[in-house]
Design a protein around this ligand. Sequence first.
Ligand code: ADP
Length: 490
Amino acid sequence: MFIVMIASECAPVAKVGGLADVVFGLSRELEIRGHSVEIILPKYDCMSYDHIWGLQVSYEDLWVPWYNGSVHCTVWFGFVHGRKCFFIDAHSADNFFNRGTYYGFPDETKRMAFFTKAALEFMLKSGKRPDIIHTHDWQTALAPVLLFEIYKFQGMENQRVCHTIHNFRHQGIGGQDILWASGLGRPEYYFSKDRLGDDFNPSAINFTKGAIVYSNFITTVSPQHAWEVRHTDQGYGLGNILHMHQQKFGGILNGIDYEMWNPETDAHIPYHYGVDLLERKYRNKEMLRDRFWLRKDYKPLIAYVGRLDTQKGLHLIRHALFYSLWNGAQFVLLGSGPELGINAYFWHLRHHLNESPDCHLEIGFDEELAHLIYAGADMIVVPSMFEPCGLTQMIALRYGTVPIVRGIGGLVDTVFDHDYAPTPPSERNGYVFYQADYQGLESAMSRAIGLWNHYPEEFRQLVINGMRYDYSWNYPSQHYLNIYEHIRHR
Ligand code: ADP
């Protein structure tokens, strides 16, 4: 099959969160299985250009229809660790992708609508006719709408769309203006509640709703979350439309890239290890302690790696830090977020705890340090308020770092409690709590710290159980291929 991914992120060249890992990892696995995959991305000025090989102009003069005129774009091509990537460079006064950061602008919906339109126009003009177009999150959710309302009639009648929703909280809410800009027009038609009309704001269109209505198949990133978004408030208002289209909706657990995340070969960590050489994991712990001047006592080291966003349970992350310090453990945090206030709060906390020999907060995005933390920590906390899939717990398991998670979304599908899971003991791999409060978190942390301190052999077995799980793209990619196969003949 020929598959084109249209996305706003792809690891490691343009990464903000898990979306980037999924786009890269899934594409790689599909290629390994003999399919042809191309990825279309915006050409951001802030990308890591050192991860692109052979960057060159692929399509010089692409004129993308926009309002009553058109915008001149150049499309570049380059390999990102073997993946074939096209980058849309827009030469417009709006300066859509040259703003120093990936997201966070007032005209966000318009710039992403433009990117999506440009991606389709590029496929049309360059003669690309994939079997499947796979789009991701609200940023590219207009693609199926544009395809089936415009491009289908211009020569792209055989393409089929699979759209994956990685995060229901961000849906892409825009005004009429987007319809005029993108060539869709006809507000009375698109504002209808069974098309793009937002259910809560009568003067808005909802990109993600559009993707749900128009795509041939919609997925979210874990089976548990697929249930939650239809039956609880986690669908952020989209539960109803998902019910209406549930015959083409499902949850597929994400994988992690087993080449990028492999403690036996990871170039970012000083000591390689696996199930058979587990002692060497603890040398990474020493290196992590050296890096942050943490004392080398007999104590477990607990970590948090992830965005600093209310989604991630900020009050519980903070509490996990203090609970660790009060209970004879060490704590390392690596996180960053787009909200200045949240970052400022964690900077404050960092200054407050500056002298502590048992904790360190690193505020920023640091891929290399993330690898060292996964390798060096004994446990990782993931106390999310909602978590569609979550990659950090899967990466942690691969690195023999025991996850302590809230039982929600993809965390339910991947972490099985040491004491209470209904699975056989050999399949238990971490700790789970349910209530999003201090008592809930403490109930799991105290059990984990207790096992580490008093039953080291049992803790080691828990580590090994986790490392034996296969959370690679092996199974998920087969699920996606089944979906592609199912929709391409419709
Ligand atoms: P989300 O997609 O909600 O951000 P996930 O758990 O799905 O959360 O994916 C997070 C990914 O981003 C993981 O690969 C994690 O290691 C990485 N990550 C998050 N924050 C940072 C950071 N500050 N520095 C380095 N890597 C980070």
